[in-house]
Each structure stands twice: as C-alpha cells, then as structure tokens.
Design a protein around this ligand. Sequence first.
Ligand code: NDP
Length: 328
Amino acid sequence: YQRVVLASRPRGEVQPDNFRIESAQLPELADGQVLVRNHYLSLDPYMRGRMSEAKSYAASQAIGETMIGGTAGEVLASKHPKFAVGDKVVGMLGWAEMGVADGATLRRVDTTHIPLSAYLGVVGMPGMTAWYGLNQIMMPKEGETILVSAASGAVGSAVGQLARLKGCRAVGIAGGPEKCAYVVDELGFDACIDYKAGKLAEDLAAATPDGIDAIFENVGGAGFDAALPRMNAFGRIALCGLIAGYNGDEVPIRNMRYMLTSRLTVRGFIVSEHMDLWPQGLGELGQLVAGGKIKYRETVAPGLASAPDAFIGLLKGRNFGKQLVKLI
Ligand code: NDP
C-alpha cells in the first residue's frame, strides 16, 4: 500500500519535499488488531507542530514515519471481537491508504444519518474542539456576543453555530468576502469580518455594538489583537490555536493591557486531553448535524498524492471548510 512519510522538517513554510510517498508492506494481523482501508484522511493544522522539532504539548514525529493523522474508513479484516468486516471506523492511521490498528484506538461510527467524512470534522475532533471551548471555557449566556476567528473552518464554523443555538450573537472573522458571505448567509452568524479588507478595528466596532463577552481564538495575529480592546469586563478567551504563527511568523499582541484592565480570563486547551467529555459532546453534535441544525462544508482533495499540497494550502487559508483527502 502507499503512504506519505515525513521526509524532512520544514524551515518556515512547509514545502512539497518535506514529504515523500512510498510503498509499505502490511504487517500480519495480531490478536486485538484490525485492518482498515481508509476512505478519508483528515488534514489538520496541528500536524505542522508535529513536523517540527520545537517543544510543544506533544512529541514531534520522527523522520521517515507515516505522517500522523485522523482517518475514516472500513474494516477489511478483524481479530478484535468488537469489530467486523465492513464496519465503518474512525482512527489515527495517518496518511496512508490502509493500515493495521489496535481495536482500542478505533471508534465505530454509524453512517445511516451522518456521512463518514463528517466524523473527521463537525462530528469528530474539530467539532469536539468547538464544543469544548464554547461550553467549558467561554460559557456564554443568552444575549452575549461571541467572536470566533477562522470562522468558516472546521472548528470555527461549529463554534458560531453552537453559540447561535444558545441565543448568542455570533461574530466571525474570516479571510475574504466569499468566506464571510458563507459564514453569514449559510451558517447564520450575525456578522463576519474580512480581516483582509484592512479595517479590522472599524469593522469589529460595527459588528459588536455591545462589545465582546467571549472569544474563541483560532488564529492569533492582527484579528485577535484588534478584538482585545472590545472585550467586556470579565470576558473569557478560549485559546484554541494560533495558526497565523505556525509557519514561524511573529504574532505580536500589542493590546495585552486589555487582559488586565478588562479582567479577562484566558485559557488554552488541548481537546485530546478531555476524552471524558467526547461521548457527550459528539453525541450532541451528531444529533444537531443529523437534524440539520448545524451545517458544515468540506474541501476534498483527490487521492493520497494530493495530501501534501492540500496541507500546505490549509496553512495558507486555501481550504474552505474542513480539509479532507478522499482515497476511494
Ligand atoms: P480550518 O478549517 O479553520 O483551516 C485553517 C484556516 O485558518 C484557514 O482556512 C484560514 O482561514 C486560517 N488561516 C490559515 N493560515 C492563516 C494565517 N497565516 N493567518 C490567518 N489565518 C490563517 O482549521 P481547523 O478548524 O481545523 O483549526 C482551526 C484552529 O484550531 C487551528 O489554529 C488549529 O490549530 C486549532 N485547533 C486546536 C485544537 C486544540 O485542541 N487546541 C484542536 C483542533 C484545532 P481564513 O482564510 O479565514 O484565514
């Protein structure tokens, strides 16, 4: 089978030659293991951190190893009592056409009302990230205003829609008029600010007449900085991601003093450290998606060989919604 390995560590922007496609042999299936054919690969911003050697919350991955990543596919053979041939499963098999996984690392999913791919997005890790940050950190009350950056993306799109369902005013930040139109017209946000239009402070003031009570921060950089002066007293910030800096760019915060003067609470979090809440969160998200109450969008790259370029695009905002690779 074919797989994509980390060939070298990027310096600054990720390049195609940081990856290599190679053939690999499947190991013999041992007791407790399952052979899975991947239908979809998930591409996620955190992978940039794993490609690097810099210290972070998780160890970096070794050169020559299969690129890490979430996957959704179908069981081809099983030596685990809980999985049968044909089951649809989500796992962490990485950038590969297929692989062998311990049954304990797989989750069987029901594709009757929810498509398989959605389990890598809104009913998977990104959706859970939105759910956690909103419910455990931002804790917005009805009528409050929340702001979310990378608002058209996998995480951000869910944050705003969940907040709307709680009766909040949801304001997004996204790159370009097309993404902003989608965030308002399709996802139902109250407003969306195009940070590329060059008048952040003015647009934020217009979109948040009552100030901002809580921020879900995905990006860092200019949008975050411009939002701080608009925070109301005792506002909450769920610090989820700083994608503007993942390729090494500086993301200075000039308006730090508002964290003091507005008595803000800032909490970073890593969603995979809260597995105890996943069944609840994914259960709620699954019902909302199956009931049409939460919408989502995907950008699907065709075939394993397209994964490196699609990942490079994700770090530049070329994706529109959840970035996937479709294998079959
Ligand atoms: P998205 O689907 O939102 O895709 C990434 C988006 O980020 C792009 O579409 C782009 O949107 C924006 N972006 C990319 N590069 C830049 C840049 N240089 N400056 C500004 N914006 C940029 O990805 P996800 O929803 O999967 O992830 C969103 C964030 O959540 C990331 O920061 C990620 O690391 C974080 N995350 C954190 C988790 C945790 O446990 N803490 C778990 C999962 C995700 P646009 O065109 O609008 O700029």
